[in-house]
Ligand binder design. Sequence first.
Ligand code: ATP
Ligand code: MG
Length: 563
Amino acid sequence: MEEVGTGLLDRLDAMQRVAASAPGGPLLIVAGPGTGKTRTLTHRIAYLCAELFVPPAHCLAITFTRRAAEELRHRLDGLLGAKDAEDITVSTFHSLGLSILRDNAKAAGLAPGFRIADDAERAAAREAAGTDDAAYAKLLRQQDLVDLDELVTLPLALLEDDAELVARYRDRWRWIFVDEYQDVDDAQYRLLRLLSPPNGNLCAIGDPDQAIYSFRGADVGYFLRFSQDFTDARLVRLTRNYRSSAPILAAAVQAIAPSSLVRGRRLDPARLDPEAPLVGRYHAASSADEADFVVRTIDELVGGLSHRSLDSGRVDGRHVTGQVSFSDVAVLYRTDAQAAAIVDALFRAGVPVQKRSHDRLRDRPGVGAIARELRHADGLGGSLAARVRLTAQVLAQRYAAPTLDGPALTPEDVWAASDLLMPLAQRCGDDLPAFLLQIATGAEVDALDPRAEAVTLLTLHAAKGLEFPVVFLVGCEDGLLPLRWPGTTPAEEAVAEERRLFFVGLTRAQDRLYVSHAARRFRHGSEREQSPTPFLDAIDAGLFERMGDTVPSRPRDRQLRLL
Ligand code: ATP
Ligand code: MG
């Protein structure tokens, strides 16, 4: 436990301190990538509890992913000590909704033992109900099942109808904090408004320029109109970036400029090492060549040249030792389809890889099977990890036998799923309901092991909020980033969101960043000529170092917007 007292905010810079120690009332913290949002948020909560004697039980911190919630919890434990931090409610929107429903099952018309429908149960209800949404919900309800989306909409409906219940929750949580507020959707926003304390102690934090979930209903408009929604809101901006070297940050700032949603956006580098390398840029002949470039460069950084040093100059006293390990490296891409060539090349070179997509955990057939089996064997004791392993063994044997319908599930699916679930099972101890909820709501990326000694492969969406010393952003091509079907023109707003995604990718890098594009790539069934993304045009050529292009100059290359 860190020392609490006057020194609590010493580890923050001046603006972070202003945000962390702001008085009560609505507070919006607008902060770009790498400016220390989590750090500020946790220090604010710790400051309120330790210095202003706010009871921890009055605090509710909401995040969007379980992984982010765990990170918050971990940091609060460090600042306040696990015992005090324990009383703070830290949850995702889903788990918050679930706990409200649990506490009020009867009022919500649910049996006490209700649970979340799995895919098979949803599909069956869908088929029986046809297009009738009200009938669909009824069918689920008859079986004491709840749809995942309903984890927010059901508590919302409950609270909208019951002022007394609202008052009870408002009395319980007098301080609410929401991270990544730019990603809030309509139902989540309405739930927040209902819960937000009358004294307006709502602190929202986020970055509109990293709003990348509109396809799933998120609406950055809620962020932009925070001060209209919550009167007398205080606004604090954090502009000092502690994450990235100066050239990386400069490239990122230039890249977002054409569609920044933040008026007068500023990001100042805290790291000013004059030796910091430029952004590497590689124009590959093909996607295979691009994959070779990634492998070659990783090999230079880690394998062959383990003595070569990264730039040093981390601002908070941590020093980059100069050694790059596989776990320092991430390869980011727009679509999962791009990963295969990279994984293959890394695999052939003997580089350990961990790849998780942002797909939902429960969409994996092996995961679905293990979860179902565990639920049926609910009465068994023992640690979850042991039960998962045992279940996988049983299932693998069952599916090893050929069936008439062919292999719906292979033993490999089952083993892969059990590996994926193991870290989660270990974290859940023997709490089966918590484990099943996380399977129902979690993304595969949540199961990533940050300590694994392997190169991490991620989609840009899944990389949000993370940081790596070395980042490759591959496939920086028109049609891929921004993503577009051949022959179609996406709406302006869709392109702006793709640019934000590009920005998210660039700003994951701490010390070294490489962007690459291929002249030819297999897409939609045929090999296509590709041009570099126009997003790169917004970046000064002087910020790039060209990495030995292999594309022979041919007449048609003049059409590509080259370097
Ligand atoms: P993103 O928008 O990408 O999620 P963020 O604003 O949440 O970024 P953090 O991940 O909290 O940023 O912080 C980025 C890095 O900067 C972390 O490594 C963090 O430890 C470091 N950092 C933040 N504030 C400070 C500070 N005052 N002094 C030193 N280092 C800091
Ligand atoms: Mg963050």
